[in-house]
Design a protein around this ligand. Structure first.
Ligand SMILES: Cc1cc2nc3c(=O)[nH]c(=O)nc-3n(C[C@H](O)[C@H](O)[C@H](O)COP(=O)(O)OP(=O)(O)OC[C@H]3O[C@@H](n4cnc5c(N)ncnc54)[C@H](O)[C@@H]3O)c2cc1C
Length: 380
């Protein structure tokens, strides 16, 4: 069988490459960037993603490289608790809790396992043509690759998706931008090994240790907060000045040059995730806003489910893609909707914000843990 081609060597693409190889399906990855740079912030990997990595034999390495977290807490601007999810109980149930890891470190682990020689770096997919026996993909550097099937794992602004469904475009999202970065800052005991997300005044600030003495953070502000204006760090510090320790200290310690920015985008639901021998996974298929810390984890689930489906009908990728969508679409949609809801609720300010805080405080831990459990369990 002609090898498959994965467009995009991000979390979805590299995880899919490994899962497919585990099932004896040969693939090549075409990745736009010339090399993976040790830049960017971290990612929180939840138990659903770690269960997949367990099956791929990588969970121990990921957990040893990242930081195992003990709690996830929503708090108000003064760090007073709103909701709390104990990761020890989650770990007892699913075998894994949540792990914080640098994105570049995760990609390095995946790439080392798959073999960098199997990734065509500097290959920006420009389009493809399908015929009776395969797909011919072409790249902006002039290269052509023939494949038995193509998987678009090329993220929110997917070129593969644009070719399949030109009308389905990511549009401006909920009026917020997210800034993120890392800061060298030892945290005091209550903040160690914990995700804290503070909500106040229509702003949110989340952070966790990613390595001992290093904090991964994000700050969500309205889009009126102009990325082009100078003095970014000072402006962020001013916006979050009323937030209690350690938020101002994290922003003060952040390396301004390393702060990155994402505008929250909205991807309407696609009519389908596939056409013929071409399918989509990860953000290319179902990107949501980043308020649940699940976009990457859902991409990992897609990757694993893709391998299960292709292994069932290796000669019929179209059927495998249809089976993948059937398996994954409902769950991915639930996660996107929940993330949107968490976005809207988290930005409430004034009396509505106070009402939300009172309602969240009244909620027993087991209720919030049950909500998380709905996302953490794997169905396959
Ligand atoms: C602020 C923020 C915080 C987040 N935090 C979390 C979190 O804690 N946990 C979590 O699970 N998720 C989180 N997410 C979501 C997560 O980052 C995404 O869902 C995840 O990266 C999607 O993975 P992907 O591989 O589908 O796409 P991407 O990560 O976007 O990877 C796509 C890859 O395709 C390549 N590519 C693009 N176009 C082409 C082309 N034409 N040809 C070839 N290659 C191409 C890109 O270079 C890239 O390597 C967060 C998102 C944001 C914005």
């Amino acid at each position: 069988m002609t090898p498959g081609l994965l467009i995009g060597g991000g979390i979805a693409g590299l995880t899919a490459a490994l899962a497919l190889r585990q099932r004896g399906i040969a693939v090549v990855v075409g990745e736009a960037v010339p090399q993976i740079l040790p830049l960017g912030a971290g990612i929180w990997l939840a138990p659903n993603a770690l269960q997949v990595y367990e099956r791929l034999g990588l969970a121990a390495k990921i957990n040893a490289t990242g930081m195992l977290l003990d709690t996830i807490a929503l708090v108000d601007g003064q760090q007073r608790p709103l909701l709390h999810a104990d990761q020890a109980r989650v770990r007892a149930r699913y075998g894994h809790g949540t792990t914080a890891i640098r994105r570049a470190a995760l990609q390095a682990i995946l790439l080392a396992e798959f073999g960098a020689e199997n990734v065509r770096f500097g290959h920006v997919c420009a389009g493809f043509e399908e015929d009776a026996t395969g797909v011919e993909a072409h790249f902006t550097n002039g290269a052509q690759l023939r494949a038995g099937f193509v998987v678009g794992a090329d993220g929110l602004h997917s070129r593969v998706r644009a070719a399949l469904f030109p009308e389905a475009r990511a549009v401006r999202g909920d009026g917020y931008r997210v800034w993120r970065g890392v800061a060298p800052l030892p945290l005091a005991a209550p903040f160690q090994r914990a995700i804290r997300e503070a909500w106040a005044g229509g702003l949110r600030f989340g952070f966790s240790e990613i390595e001992p003495g290093v904090v991964d953070w994000f700050a969500a502000v309205p889009t009126s907060f102009d990325p082009a204006r100078p003095g970014l760090q000072a402006r962020l510090q001013a916006a979050f000045a009323a937030f209690a320790h350690p938020v101002p200290d994290i922003l003060a310690a952040a390396d301004e040059a390393g702060i990155i920015h994402t505008e929250v985008a909205r991807l309407p639901a696609l009519p389908r995730w596939h056409r013929g021998r071409v399918g989509l996974i990860g953000d290319a298929a179902h990107a949501g806003p980043p308020y649940l810390g699940q976009g990457g984890c859902q991409a990992v689930e897609d990757a694993y489910a893709l391998a299960l489906c292709l292994a069932q009908t290796p000669q019929d990728p179209a059927r495998a893609f249809a089976a993948l969508e059937k398996l994954r679409r409902g769950r991915a949609r639930h996660v996107v909707r929940t993330a949107r809801l968490m976005g809207a609720v988290g930005y409430l300010a004034g009396p509505l914000g106070s009402l939300r805080n009172a309602a969240f405080r009244a909620m027993p831990d087991w209720v919030s843990e049950r909500q998380f459990a709905g996302v953490y369990g794997l169905k396959y």
